[in-house]
Design a binder for this molecule. Sequence first.
Ligand SMILES: C[S@@+](CC[C@H](N)C(=O)[O-])C[C@H]1O[C@@H](n2cnc3c(N)ncnc32)[C@H](O)[C@@H]1O
Length: 211
Amino acid sequence: MPAHDDSGFRALLTLPQAYDAFQTAIGGDRWRRWYIANLLQPRAGLSILDIGCGPGTMLRFLPDGVVYHGFDVNPRYVAYARRRFAGRGQFTAQRVDAAPIASGGFDVVMANAILHHLDDSEAAHLFEVAWAQCKPGGFVLTYDNAWVPEQSRAARWLIGRDRGRHVRSPDAYLALARRRFSRVDTTLHHDGYWIPYTLFTMKAWRGRDPG
Ligand SMILES: C[S@@+](CC[C@H](N)C(=O)[O-])C[C@H]1O[C@@H](n2cnc3c(N)ncnc32)[C@H](O)[C@@H]1O
């Protein structure tokens, strides 16, 4: 199964401006503010690696003074982000499975709404990269759409139309994170967006101990 489906109306979302406008229309701005305030809790000087950063959408909501590096497979998103956020962040065009498992020393690694675009093998690689790039004592933060039995039919219908072909249950996302991280805090939201939708977050802590 392809990890990603950009056919039909989804092709529009590969355009950076259309992606951002769509996010705003469904309530993504309010969601991002909640996510940042409650889970990221940024401070000046915080260094962040954003895996699958898209057109840099998250940076719009981050305070000045964070040190930000994002990478994404879509060169259009990356070119747009470089223009839009010149001086505020660094952006690289790269696939997750081509990212080296190298020590990066970031306080936080974010992977926002990307796991549902990756098959299990590439998602496992993402957590290896994230673990290596994160400082001991830091954390990895993710959110994705999810399948849960209690969600509305409307939410299931909408999530089924996502570009990502690997939407999972919370347990399946958690199993991926737990291959590398022993402590993972999670939350589940049915009202994150203005539309019927289900969002699942993970905050995976890299302990101070080696290994
Ligand atoms: C739903 S968007 C989320 C974008 C961004 N994180 C945000 O906060 O809006 C998913 C992103 O994952 C990127 N992506 C999908 N597969 C990828 C891969 N294999 N490697 C790197 N980026 C990928 C897409 O280009 C897209 O920007």
